[in-house]
Design a protein around this ligand. Structure first.
Ligand code: THU
Length: 153
């Protein structure tokens, strides 16, 4: 394991094969979901997967639209699938996309959405489709000082 500072925060870049089985499974689910990406406009395919409270995995891909603004990121597709099927506790998430020279981390809006359903700091795995190297970070590292969920009954 190669822990070092990434962008001034304590995150790590690890080899896929060094990760635990659960993390590998989550990343593989995001890789599979990415295959369904509907992204004819950006041509940028993204897959995401969320480990929810009961241990199951719910995945999603980005879905774009000709009118552009109705497009939704992979992370929020997965989050909406989870919430709308009764899974409101997120334990970990993985995001898979391909940028040659950098990791594709979740956008700001997706960070806020993931944060809403993470009771504590949860790991976020950021990988490429052939995930030799994986950025292992966390929701609080990605979004410190998030707007906190309002009390619900
Ligand atoms: N996208 C995601 O699905 N997740 C991210 O974390 C970053 C961006 C999508 C949105 C759009 O369909 C495409 O990638 C290009 O921005």
């Amino acid at each position: 394991m190669n822990i070092h500072e990434v962008n001034g925060k304590h995150e790590s870049v690890q080899n896929f094969c060094e990760l635990g089985k659960d993390a590998q499974e989550l990343i593989n689910a995001a890789i599979e979901a990415r295959k369904f990406s509907y992204s004819p406009y950006s041509k940028f395919k993204v897959g995401a997967a969320i480990r929810v409270g009961d241990g199951s995995i719910i995945s999603g891909c980005n879905v774009e639209n000709a009118a552009y603004s109705p497009s939704i990121c992979a992370e929020r597709t997965a989050a909406c699938k989870a919430i709308s099927t009764g899974h409101s506790e997120f334990k970990a998430a993985a995001v898979v996309a391909f940028q040659q020279d950098s990791f594709t981390t979740p956008c700001g809006v997706c960070r806020q959405v993931l944060s809403e359903f993470a009771k504590e700091d949860i790991p976020i795995y950021v990988a490429k489709p052939s995930p030799v190297r994986v950025l292992v970070t966390s929701i609080k590292s990605l979004l410190p000082h998030s707007f906190v969920p309002l009390p619900t009954d």
